[in-house]
Design a protein. Sequence first.
Length: 295
Amino acid sequence: MIRLLSLILLFSLPLSAWSHGDLHDQIDKISQHIHGGQPKATLYLKRGQLYLQHGNYPDAIVDLGKSMELDPELNVAHYHLAQAYLAMGSSDTAELHIKLFLKPLGQENYGGLSRGYALLGKIHQKKNEHLEAVQAFEKSLQNNMQPTPVDYLQVAGSYVKLGKEYQQKALNILDQGIGRLGPIVTLQEEAIELELLSGSYDAALSRVETLLSQGVSEANIYFKQASIMTKAGRFEEAQAHYKKALAEIERLPAHRQQSRVMVKLRLSIEEGMSKLEDKNGSAGKTMTSLSRSKS
């Protein structure tokens, strides 16, 4: 049990916790220790991780393999070998190692389980095995005590890749994240896109309103609402909301109006209004032509 806890600690420590300086200095120092005394599995593991961080995957694989030769119970090496092989495009070998990493972990090792299944999910994504990716990412979430928006986005993204019939499940996962983390902008924006894909315009509009509490400006809110209304064919409402968005920008101090974000937003609003005017003009010409043909 003590050995298992030490391995979990070793696995969770950032590389900066072992030494300071740039990667080359760290690698050189560990190499000196390796060549200057009795080789230790943990030293090869540390150097392998540094090679991995440096993008030197072949040397990382050699060192990680050596660490397991010296200590076959150093299970965490399988995790890093999976990372290295995935980075090199060897997804099948990566899958083999991550499954070897996961196999001995008990339920109490939720940190290792969460990271392991997250990496397994990425491996399945690489292999275009989206259902398996969903299953792995969901297991990762179940064992994650401190999930981030990315964890929920990964599951939702894999559901979306499975097809339209899985869009609601993707929305459910995003809502789980929102329920746990709050109305995070990245989660709500992804949910809005999914609502639009399914034609649920009112639901999308409702979600936009929650963004105000997350610091999204009123000008942006009105712009997003106008864009949704345009897609829903509610052109008059859309035009009114574009005008509200412009009015909110005009209320800002001059220096904020000239910021890159606001200049870009203004251009997007003006472009949206211009497209609406073109649609209204086309509709007017069509009505005129129909009236003439009837007379």
